[in-house]
Design a protein around this ligand. Structure first.
Ligand SMILES: O=P(O)(O)O[C@@H]1C[C@H](O)[C@@H](CO)O1
Ligand code: GUN
Length: 306
């Protein structure tokens, strides 16, 4: 049963006055909880201490809020989710987005949502270039087919019943991300812009699914974020999403035909069956840890400019 008042009272009991009204919310994706390392006067509030909260079961996701001050001078009061909930863990969509609604009720106005994602676009490779994508739009097959976090009775009649999403990703926050990259003297190629496809997971994409999503217009694909974006928009927050590209989704242009290989084998040729590259969550976490520092600097710079 949703009880925002109980959740908020439990959280506020942990917080000194200066952290009671966070202005910016941050959601840390897989391996990215290091984003909170720069907070001053940090206070950790474990999810298990908050009525109404689930707990994350995914490696690389802690289960706590970090409250603190971020940026120059006195700093801006912020709150970060160190770990999020994914529907594939068995959490309901309303549990997945509950922390977002709580952050909005605590006073958050701008939210920066991060994730680890696979690239579908050859112009966005993994590695030294194009490692972050500022999301400009999304493609969410689950939302279109009945797995939408806004389905069901409205949590408040102050919220819109039919949420427009043509402006889901705040142009002014996206602008700040590119200005931050410039200020930090990142290579132009470090930050790309693109469309995030949300899939339920937990399986990674087959080559045919990867090709389908690419042809449908997606640049990166992941298993989170979009339910959070919808709830944040419904709550009236300004939303920005930053994806860390951790791997390339395998999308061969052509399949090698096993039938042809067998014909060649029967004709006496030595054949080797194709071995596809596979992605693993360990690889996702390794890249996350490597790049968390840069992401932290970008986020800090954005917060400074608000
Ligand atoms: O929570 P995020 O979206 O950062 O985590 C990604 C998607 C899956 O949860 C996991 C797959 O490796 O990483
Ligand atoms: N669906 C999906 N999620 C990811 N998260 C990190 N990499 C990937 C990926 O390749 N596919």
């Amino acid at each position: 049963m949703v009880n925002f008042e109980a959740s908020i009272n439990a959280i506020k009991a942990f917080l000194p006055d200066k952290l009671q009204h966070p202005r910016v919310g941050i959601v840390c994706g897989s391996g990215l909880s290091g984003l909170a390392d720069e907070f001053k006067d940090i206070v950790i509030v474990p999810y298990k201490e908050i009525p109404g909260f689930a707990s994350s079961t995914v490696p690389g996701h802690k289960s706590a809020f970090a409250f603190g001050l971020l940026g120059n001078g006195e700093g801006v009061p912020v709150v970060a989710m160190l770990g999020r909930f994914h529907p594939y863990e068995g959490h309901s969509l309303s549990s997945v987005v509950y922390p977002i609604r709580v952050m909005a009720k605590l006073g958050v106005k701008d939210i920066i949502i991060t994730n680890a994602a696979g690239s579908l676009n050859p112009a966005i490779p993994v590695g030294t270039s194009k490692f972050f994508v500022v999301v400009q739009d999304h493609l969410a097959l689950p939302n279109l087919t009945g797995m939408n976090p806004l389905l069901g009775p409205q949590t408040s009649f102050d919220l819109p019943r039919f949420l427009p999403l043509s402006d889901a990703y705040s142009p002014s926050l996206r602008r700040l991300a590119f200005l931050a990259a410039h200020r930090l003297q990142l290579k132009d190629s470090a930050l790309a812009e693109g469309v995030y496809a949300w899939v339920s997971g937990p399986s990674y994409e087959t080559p045919a699914e990867g090709r389908f999503l690419r042809q449908a217009g997606a640049d990166v694909v992941g298993m989170s974020t979009i339910p959070e974006v919808l709830a944040a928009k419904e709550e009236g927050l300004n939303v920005m999403v930053l994806s860390l590209v951790t791997n390339f989704v395998v999308i061969p242009d052509t399949y090698r035909s096993i039938k042809d290989e067998v014909k060649a084998e029967l004709a006496g040729k030595k054949v080797e069956l194709p071995v596809a590259q596979v992605v693993s969550h360990e690889e996702v976490l390794t890249i996350g840890k490597e790049k968390a520092g840069v992401l932290m600097k970008i986020v800090e710079n954005i917060v400074d400019s608000l």
